[in-house]
Ligand binder design. Structure first.
Ligand code: NAD
Length: 361
């Protein structure tokens, strides 16, 4: 058993129902009915209001309500407005159609109302299969884990992803891959999650360049969505480590775009961890078909033409020290014990868009 080391683990499966396949969004009313629901509130971002309307029109018996104001990082003022609407109308369920922003809003509402949720993801971020919610209030983003926010059903319909711009597909796909990468060296790593992680990385690594070349490819989009489901399941199942902590700090402190931040940082953090997690590195490299994990991820990011530096996405250079301090503030399990000097060095490289370096722990 080369892949299981050491052979001692806990495994927690999460309750979830997944429907996967082109056109399956049309089954949404039936899935709702099976949950005992007929009058949903459908949430989306403003940009995906028409899609929310299209899902609403599938509910022919009683009209579905729409709240198209979801925003990144689940700001509390938006949740409060949606909560008023939920409480004022006789809705019996929540449907999120969109990426992590729409799904985050439905989770925030489910947390406070207990209503069941159906998620129709349109990006690769993976929130739909996690019991995790991050909410922002007074400029601070707080994350917690509770089964109360896990959607009861998820419908992966590839047709909903065909409009995702190529650039966002690439960064969102790398965001998904980051979940699987950290699952492989997670303190909770277990054989089942690791199989999903390796398959998820491999599926996305193969599909994303094809999507960049042909954004309308349903085949490549389906394989990417399959990979995203696997990677999201990893995020939902095991604890994450330094990469997610760094991206959380950078996104929250400097208001950087979520998927871009993940895409830029992933190869740098993997290089940082390399010496402390050799077993995970071998599996990541194998999934990428690369000689080693960080050069494989760096080459993939370059091939996908995603932003290469934190400077490009608006991080102020003088913020590096503050970011390093925040990364070190909380304790969390990580293969390599982080320290101020090495984190600062890694962030400097990422800020300039320099190549990742596996400097030893
Ligand atoms: P997003 O949901 O903010 O979407 C980004 C933009 O793309 C939006 O304008 C959206 O309307 C648009 N869009 C989405 N799908 C589209 C499509 N198919 N076609 C055209 N436009 C489309 O982005 P995201 O990266 O999916 O989500 C980021 C948010 O999700 C962050 O707040 C992050 O913290 C959260 N997140 C949470 C978890 C979790 O487990 N709780 C996991 C991952 C991400």
């Amino acid at each position: 058993m080369e892949d299981v080391s050491p052979m001692r683990f806990d495994y927690h499966a999460l309750p979830s129902r997944v429907l996967f396949g082109a056109g399956r969004r049309r089954e949404t009313p039936e899935v709702a009915r099976q949950l005992g629901c007929t009058r949903p509130l459908i949430v989306s971002t403003p940009e995906q209001k028409d899609l929310a309307g299209a899902i609403a029109s599938l509910f022919t018996g009683s009209p579905a309500q729409i709240f198209p104001e979801a925003a990144m990082h689940t700001p509390w003022d938006v949740t409060a407005r949606a909560l008023s609407l939920t409480q004022a109308s006789a809705v019996d369920s929540l449907i999120a159609v969109g990426g992590g922003s729409a799904i985050g809003l439905a989770k925030a509402l489910a947390l406070r109302t207990g209503l069941p949720q159906i998620a129709l993801p349109t990006t690769y971020a993976g929130s739909e299969v996690t019991p995790i919610i991050g909410e922002t209030q007074d400029g601070e983003k707080r994350t917690r884990r509770t089964l109360d926010v896990l959607p009861e059903a998820v419908i992966y319909d590839v047709e909903l992803t065909l409009t995702l711009p190529a650039r966002l597909s690439a960064t969102s796909g790398l965001n998904a891959m980051a979940h699987a990468v950290e699952a492989l060296y997670s303190v909770d790593a277990n054989p089942v999650t690791s199989i999903m992680a390796e398959q998820g990385i491999a599926a996305l690594a193969a599909a994303l360049p094809e999507i960049l070349a042909d954004p309308a490819s349903r085949d490549a989009r389906s394989r990417a969505q399959y990979g995203a489901w696997l990677c999201g399941t990893c995020l939902g199942s095991v604890g994450m480590a330094l990469h997610h902590k760094v991206c959380h700090v950078l996104g929250g402190t400097f208001d950087l775009p979520h998927a871009d931040t993940h895409a830029i940082m992933l190869a740098h953090v993997v290089a940082y961890q390399a010496g402390a997690a050799p077993h995970a590195m071998r599996r990541i490299a194998r999934a990428l078909g690369a000689d080693d994990a960080w050069t494989g991820l760096h080459a993939l990011a370059a091939r996908l033409q995603v932003p290469q530096s934190l400077a490009e996405i608006g991080m102020p250079h003088e913020g590096i020290g503050r970011a390093a301090e925040l990364v070190l503030q909380e304790t969390y399990a990580n293969p390599r014990t982080p320290d101020y000097e090495s984190i600062t060095l890694m962030l400097e490289r990422a800020w300039h868009g320099a190549a990742p370096q596996p400097d030893s722990p």
